[in-house]
Design a protein around this ligand. Structure first.
Ligand SMILES: [Zn+2]
Length: 428
C-alpha cells in the first residue's frame, strides 16, 4: 500500500519536471527586491492564480502597519489552503518571496532565470524561489496521487524574511496562523541542501555602544577628549579578552559551518567624529576632536548560553575599560534580540522528513542548525509551534551571492521528499 503510493508520487513528480522548471523561472522573473519591498503584490497575485487553479483556497494578507509597509511598498503575503477528505493534521510550507539586492559580479541576468545544464540562475533562485516552487509541485503531486488524504495542506509565500520577517511570518503568527490548533507541522524550504534537515538557529543580540568625548579644535586635542580613542580602547579590550572568551564557548548544536559552532561577535559598523560627506563633495574635513563614536555589535549566542549572561560579558568588558581610563563614558543600547531555537529530533516533522530523505536519496539525513536566524524564530516564539524545520533544495553558500543558482535535479529530489512527508503525515 505504502509502496504503491510512493510509486504514484514518484510518477506524479516526474510528470511535473517541466512545470517545476517553468514555475521556478516565473518566480525568479518577478524581482521582489527587499529593501524596499518591490512587486510583493505581483508575486502574490501570480501564486494565487496558480494555487487557486490547483484547488487551493487563497488569501492575500497585507501586513498593514508593519515596518516598511506603506502605499509605495505594501507588505503582501499569500496563504493558500487545500483541505482533504477527513479530519487530520495541517502541514504548512512557508517560503519567503522577497530577495536581497543584486550586488556586483553577475555574469548572468539576475532576473532572467537563464538555464545552463542542470542549473537555473537568478537572484532568489536558491534563496528561496526554487524551494517555493518545489513545495508547490510537491503538494500538487501529492494531491493528485492521494486525493483521499486527511487534514490540510497550507502553502504560504511571505514578505520581508530578509529584513526580519515582521511584515511576513511574524505578522501571520501574531494573527494566530501558526498556532498549534491550526497548523501542526511546518517546513520552511530554505536552501539547506536536499539531504539536510535544519532544526533551528543560534540566538542573536545586536547592540549599539557609544563612547562619549568632548569636541575641541583638532590642533589642540588636549583641550578635548577623543571619543574615537576611547572606542579604540574598547576594541583593544575586545581583542584581548572578549574574543578569546567567545572562542572557548562551544555548542552541542549541530551548527554549520564548523566556525559557527562557537559564540561569535561581529562589529557591523563604526562611526566617529564628523559625518562623511556625500560622494563627489570636494571640500576638506574640519579639524575637530570627535565627541561621539558608535559601533554596532552583532553577537550570536548558543542554546547553552543565557542572554542575560551574554549581555553581562559585554558590560563587564566596558567596565574594565572604564576602570583603566579616568574620563571614559559610554552608553549601550539594545537593538534586537532573538533567542536560539532547536526542534527536537523526535518531533514528527523531523522523523517524517528524515525517513523521506532516506527513501529518495538512499542515505540518512544530516541534522544541522543554521548560524543565522530565519522565519522559524517567529513560528517558535509567537506561534508557539515547536514542530518546525527548514528543509529545501539549493546550496546555502550561494544565497545572496552573484550568479546564484538552484539545481533542477535538487528541486526534483526535494519535491519528492516533501511529497513523501505529506504522504506520511496525511496519507491513508
Ligand atoms: Zn532565505
Amino acid at each position: 500500500m505504502e509502496q504503491a503510493l510512493d510509486r504514484r508520487i514518484a510518477e506524479e513528480i516526474a510528470a511535473r519536471r517541466d512545470d517545476l522548471i517553468r514555475l521556478a523561472r516565473d518566480l525568479i522573473r518577478i524581482p521582489t527586491l527587499n529593501p524596499p519591498g518591490r512587486n510583493y503584490r505581483e508575486i502574490c497575485d501570480f501564486l494565487a492564480a496558480r494555487l487557486g487553479a490547483s484547488g487551493f483556497s487563497v488569501e492575500l494578507i497585507r501586513a498593514e502597519g508593519a515596518p516598511g509597509d506603506g502605499p509605495d511598498h505594501p507588505r503582501w503575503n499569500l496563504v493558500a489552503r487545500a483541505t482533504g477528505a477527513g479530519a487530520g493534521d495541517c502541514v504548512h510550507f512557508n517560503s519567503h518571496h522577497d530577495v536581497v539586492e543584486v550586488g556586483h559580479g553577475w555574469t548572468r541576468d539576475p532576473f532572467g532565470a537563464e538555464i545552463a545544464g542542470d542549473r537555473i540562475y537568478g537572484r532568489g533562485a536558491c534563496d528561496m524561489k526554487g524551494g517555493l516552487a518545489a513545495s508547490i509541485i510537491a503538494a500538487e503531486a501529492f494531491i493528485a496521487a492521494c486525493p483521499g488524504y486527511r487534514g490540510a495542506i497550507e502553502i504560504s509565500a511571505t514578505a520581508d524574511e530578509e529584513t526580519g520577517g515582521y511584515g511576513g511570518v511574524a505578522y501571520l503568527a501574531e494573527q494566530g496562523r501558526f498556532s498549534p490548533d491550526r497548523v501542526q507541522h511546518v517546513i520552511i524550504p530554505e536552501p539547506l541542501n536536499k539531504d539536510r534537515i535544519c532544526l533551528g538557529h543560534r540566538g542573536v543580540w545586536w547592540a549599539e555602544i557609544e563612547t562619549k568625548g568632548r569636541i575641541a579644535h583638532g590642533s589642540m586635542p588636549f583641550l578635548g577628549d577623543s571619543a574615537v580613542r576611547h572606542m579604540g580602547a574598547v576594541l583593544a579590550e575586545m581583542e584581548a579578552t572578549l574574543f578569546p572568551l567567545l572562542a572557548t564557548k562551544r555548542t552541542e548544536m549541530p551548527v554549520v559551518p564548523e566556525g559557527a559552532k562557537q559564540s561569535t561577535l561581529n562589529i557591523n559598523s563604526i562611526h566617529g567624529g564628523e559625518k562623511e560627506q556625500a560622494e563627489g563633495y570636494t571640500g576638506l574635513p574640519a579639524p575637530c576632536v570627535p565627541d561621539r563614536c558608535r559601533i554596532v555589535i552583532d553577537r550570536r549566542y548558543l542554546i547553552e548560553e543565557d542572554l542575560a549572561e551574554v549581555k553581562r560579558e559585554v558590560a563587564a568588558m566596558l567596565e574594565r575599560v572604564k576602570a583603566a581610563r579616568p574620563s571614559f563614558l559610554y552608553e549601550i543600547r539594545d537593538l534586537f534580540e532573538v533567542r536560539p531555537t532547536m526542534t527536537d529530533r523526535d518531533a514528527p516533522v523531523v522523523r517524517s522528513t528524515a525517513a523521506a530523505i532516506e527513501r529518495v536519496l538512499g542515505r540518512s539525513a544530516d541534522y544541522v542548525v543554521s548560524p543565522g536566524t530565519y522565519d522559524q524564530k517567529h513560528i517558535d516564539r509567537i506561534g508557539r509551534l515547536g514542530n518546525c524545520i527548514a528543509y529545501g533544495p539549493g546550496i546555502l553558500d550561494l544565497a545572496h551571492q552573484p550568479d546564484e543558482w538552484v539545481g533542477i535535479g535538487d528541486m526534483m529530489d526535494s519535491a519528492k521528499v516533501m511529497a513523501l512527508v505529506l504522504a506520511d503525515l496525511l496519507g491513508p
